[in-house]
Design a protein. Structure first.
Lengths: 138, 436
């Protein structure tokens, strides 16, 4: 699955400028994450058309990176996130960051994460029967 | 106390000494220093054309760029084995401005600094703490040597480490502080914050300030922080001329007395390069007299001031220069260190992940200068993680630190967010007002 990362300054309206540009480009946002940092931020988004999103945002003067991440579908049941993290830990895979989908009609929630070894992470999760989500399914 | 009889001579005698030394100096540079000889030949002036002090105007100017063009030894007049000391200050680009001294040069220099220390009230009884950064800058070792010459006890503290500074001031009974005026204010406030009243609890009574200008509001503030017993004077110099020791305020506080038997000051209009009459405001141009290693004729200091020739109440007859009112170029003074925007530019241009545009913001926070440089991020690969962005920030900071010798703040901004200029860019915003 692809994620786009957008460089944003810490000031009012900077996230909105990204989302409003995506609106203009008719790109749908599936998930969003950004963390508090003192000087600058990286807004991470999962969108339905990452390539188009990057092209449009770049033309509007943003710095944008498209990156490979993993989307894992989890049944909304107690202990499922813990279960997935346990599999990764046993595989000695380190997670850089993790966030979840905000809207997904009638489907199970998806955790998005980036690790130090995405290929290996995909392998161990598939082996454990966890469903991984592709861009096409967005 | 007045250190040297040359400080009190009648004007005619000062000028007699100046003319004699000027003629020797011009003959010396024409013989020994090729870049001077070439410039003089181009201007069709020979050493024998210098017959009066007025004839000084026939000589070509020397610029900071001459140091760069002849780096490192091209302007030196003696063999390298004659040198006993090197110093260096900021250059306009990657290479510093390197200066050198013979044994005799050092002796002249430190005697001139001794004069300045005496002008500010220092005596053999003083315990002097030098809070300038040591290293290649001339400020610390200049004041250090000058104060030793008058017999004061010198503590080579260097800059930073405020707790240690305060401990020495208390425990050694320091009476005299050498610092930039902004650091002196910072230190004084830190002392007060620890519940110490400088006037009652310390022996401090003299401040000899340099490295940056001290405005009158700063001097008032200095008395408020350190107490009214604190005699604050400032002095002037630059490494190309020798270092500190060119001029200094006496305790009458009516301008900085120029050591005229070693330096001839002129004021010019920086645009037309025309020499202005006494009392007019313009760029200070200095000719050094009798320097062996690095003679310097009509050096464009870039500092704006005026000269006053009326004798002073202190008894000195040497002319005085007014507090500097600014620069003829874009040089900044940050924590007493000279910074040229071109130096910063050179560093930034080598870093591929950022764009060519930048802005420099200078503020004074907690009495100390803070320089923030905004640069545009253009490389999307850095968005893989916060760590790579931070690493970039660190890389820019350490490259600037290596170039400038100063810590800076870096602000990464998005592409195209900095102002674009047609023609001359205005990249520097200096929010310091009256030095406070």
């Amino acid at each position: 699955m692809k994620q786009i990362s957008v460089f944003v300054e810490n000031q009012p309206g900077s996230l909105m400028r990204v989302t409003s540009a995506l609106n203009e480009a008719k790109v749908n946002i599936r998930a969003a994450a950004s963390f508090d940092t003192p000087e600058f931020g990286i807004l991470r988004l999962v969108v339905d058309q990452p390539v188009k999103a990057k092209e449009y945002l770049t033309s509007k003067g943003f710095v944008v990176r498209v990156q490979d991440v993993i989307g894992a579908e989890l049944k909304d049941e107690k202990g499922n996130l813990n279960q997935m993290l346990k599999i990764l830990a046993e595989g000695n895979i380190s997670i850089g960051y993790i966030y979840s989908f905000v809207i997904r009609e009638n489907r199970a929630p998806v955790m998005v994460f980036h690790s130090d070894d995405n290929e290996k992470a995909r392998g161990v999760l598939k082996e454990a029967g966890i469903l991984l989500v592709d861009d096409e399914e967005l | 106390m007045i250190w040297a009889k040359e400080e009190t001579l009648p004007r005619a005698e000062i000028e007699k000494i100046q003319l004699e030394k000027l003629r020797q100096t011009v003959a010396y540079i024409y013989e020994k220093v090729e870049p001077y000889r070439k410039k003089m030949d181009a201007a069709k002036v020979k050493p024998e054309d210098i017959r009066t002090l007025e004839d000084l105007r026939k000589l070509p100017f020397t610029y900071k760029s001459d140091f760069k063009d002849n780096y490192p030894f091209g302007l030196f007049a003696v063999d390298k084995k004659e040198l006993v000391r090197y110093h260096a200050s900021s250059g306009t680009t990657g290479k510093p401005t390197v200066v050198g001294y013979t044994r005799h040069d050092l002796d002249v220099w430190l005697n001139n600094v001794a004069r300045i220390a005496c002008m500010g009230g220092a005596t053999a009884d003083d315990v002097a703490q030098i809070s300038f950064g040591y290293g290649t800058f001339t400020g610390a070792l200049g004041l250090h040597g000058g104060l030793e010459k008058i017999g004061a006890s010198v503590i080579p503290m260097s800059s930073g480490n405020t707790n240690k500074q305060i401990m020495f001031i208390q425990d050694m009974g320091v009476t005299l502080l050498v610092a930039t005026p902004s650091y002196a204010l910072h230190l004084g406030e830190q002392i007060r914050e620890r519940g110490i009243d400088p006037k009652k609890d310390l022996r401090m009574h003299i401040g000899l300030f340099g490295g940056e200008g001290m405005t009158e509001p700063m001097r008032d503030e200095m008395h408020r922080v350190w107490g009214d017993q604190f005699i604050c004077t400032q002095n002037y110099g630059m490494s190309e001329l020798c270092g500190p020791g060119v001029s200094g305020e006496c305790t009458e506080l009516c301008g900085m007395h120029v050591n005229e038997d070693w330096f001839i000051p002129e004021i010019i209009d920086p645009e037309t390069e025309e020499v202005l009459p006494p009392g007019e405001h313009g760029e200070l141009v200095v000719t050094c007299l009798g320097k062996e290693a690095l003679p310097l004729v009509r050096y464009r200091t870039g500092d704006l001031t005026k000269l006053m020739y009326e004798p002073c109440k202190c008894g000195r007859t040497t002319c005085r220069m007014e507090n500097l009112s600014g620069r003829a170029d874009d040089m900044l003074v940050i924590r007493g260190v000279n910074v040229f925007p071109t130096q910063i530019e050179e560093v930034l241009f080598k870093i591929e992940e950022i764009g060519p545009h930048y802005e420099i913001l200078v503020e004074r926070k907690n009495r100390l200068d803070v320089m923030t440089i905004s640069v545009e991020l253009i490389d999307d690969r850095l968005l893989d993680s916060y760590a790579s962005l931070s690493k970039l920030e660190q890389r820019i900071k350490s490259a600037l630190k290596a170039q400038l010798g100063l810590a800076t703040q870096i602000k990464l901004v998005g592409p195209n967010s900095l102002q674009r200029f047609e023609g001359k860019a205005k990249r520097v915003t200096d929010l310091r007002k009256d030095g406070l």
